[in-house]
Design a protein around this ligand. Structure first.
Ligand code: TPP
Ligand code: MG
Length: 369
């Protein structure tokens, strides 16, 4: 049993061998974390205003997501869950495509066929995610096996939550990864909750990291609110996987500050005290203190960064909001070279119903929360 890796205490003071990283890189990490928070804030407001249908926020998880993903190279792959969209942006997903996906409009590269908050970006090796919990683990291991067979030196980082450790996908993926020694880093973001199931109720193990031993790979606990610890742990695990050392499991211990999604009310199942205790360990506040102390960030600069990010986001939102939805006929396209009669019939009857009862309008699908 080893202690959680930590480089920054909650008050921002350094602990142990803090990795030596350039000031520009440290600053970029901060901006990416801030962008995650600003984007969530804006998306949640759009959802509450009935302008988009669904949001799964990453508030509280910024260090875990950004710190770990920042250790990947451009040639590596990121197999995501619901909350890693900020890492996709960091790796090159244009903000306009991010927002288009939230609207499901005709700029959305998934053509409006995914739920909101399910991103994909081919150029940065960020495959589309299935909401079926645990599926990306087996997809990532299969792709990593392909990388190994082809002799590529790409590493595949597979992200998933504490709840996903109870899925079949988790056990199959870790087992195959261990046996095949594929270049995978499993990144479990233990954010305390799987909707209303507490992480403490999800397993009888001391930590999810202990599960790695059963699959013949190392497992490591990391302070998930410490961006430098998340970066360092991922950096080491990725380097080992790239050098042929096989897979490993990182468990980034953090906390989901808001609801599971915009459809959830977390006050129904958890105490305010627990939330307050984690608010005191906020990953952005902690990192800001460290950067100010190191002279990488000026006191009060955070506000200017936030204002810039919000301005950039608002411009993109205003643009994407005017983009029309995908044409209805695309609903039945892309499956066959030519739309077959049975799909054409279904499409015609769908249009007949819409003509009779009215087409859907933005906000029609909003959950009543
Ligand atoms: C196979 C399957 N079972 C149940 C669900 C419903 N569901 C959606 S999210 C979720 C919890 C996921 O929790 P976790 O893996 O901890 O990820 P988090 O949402 O906390 O990031 C569940 C049970 C689902 N999508 N798929
Ligand atoms: Mg969770």
């Amino acid at each position: 049993m080893t202690a959680e890796l930590q480089h920054l205490a909650p008050d921002g003071s350094p602990r142990g061998d803090v990795p030596e990283l350039e000031g520009t890189f440290l600053r970029e990490l901060f901006v990416h974390m801030m962008r995650v928070r600003c984007t969530d804030e804006r998306m949640l407001k759009l959802q509450r205003a009935g302008r988009i249908g669904f949001v799964g926020t990453a508030k509280g998880l910024e260090a875990a997501i950004i710190g770990s993903a920042a250790a990947l190279q451009a040639r590596d792959w990121l197999w995501s869950g619901l909350r890693e969209g900020g890492a996709a942006v960091m790796r090159g997903l244009p903000l306009s495509e991010y927002v288009a996906q939230m609207y499901g409009n005709s700029h959305d590269t998934a053509k409006g066929r995914q739920m909101c908050n399910h991103f994909q970006h081919k150029a940065s090796h960020y495959p589309s995610w299935s909401s079926v919990i645990g599926t990306q683990l087996v997809h990532g291991v299969g792709a990593a096996f392909a990388s190994k067979l082809r002799g590529e030196d790409a590493v595949h980082a597979v992200y998933f939550g504490d709840g996903a450790t109870s899925s079949n996908g988790f056990h199959s993926a870790l087992n195959f990864a261990g046996v095949w020694r594929v270049p995978v880093v499993f990144v479990c973001i233990d954010n305390g909750w799987a909707i209303s199931v507490a992480s403490s109720q999800q397993t009888a193990a001391r930590s999810y990291a202990d599960k790695a031993a059963a699959y013949g790979m190392p497992g490591r606990d990391v302070d998930g609110n410490d961006v430098l610890a998340c970066y360092q742990a991922a950096h080491e695990a990725i380097a080992a996987a790239r050098e042929g050392g096989g897979p490993s499991l990182l468990v980034l211990k953090t906390y989901r500050m808001l609801g599971h999604s915009s459809s959830d009310d977390p006050t129904k199942y958890r105490d305010d005290d627990e939330v307050a205790a984690w608010a005191a360990k906020d990953p952005i506040d902690r990192y800001e203190r460290y950067l100010v102390e190191r002279g990488v960030l000026a006191g009060g600069e955070r506000q200017a960064i936030e204002a810039d990010l919000l301005r950039e986001l608002d411009a993109v939102i205003h643009e994407e909001e005017t983009v029309p939805p995908m044409p209805m006929r695309t609903l039945v396209e892309d499956v066959y070279a030519e739309v077959p009669p049975h799909l054409r019939r279904q499409f015609n009857s769908f249009i007949a119903v819409a003509e009779r009862l009215g087409y859907a309008r933005p906000g029609d699908g909003a959950f009543p929360l």
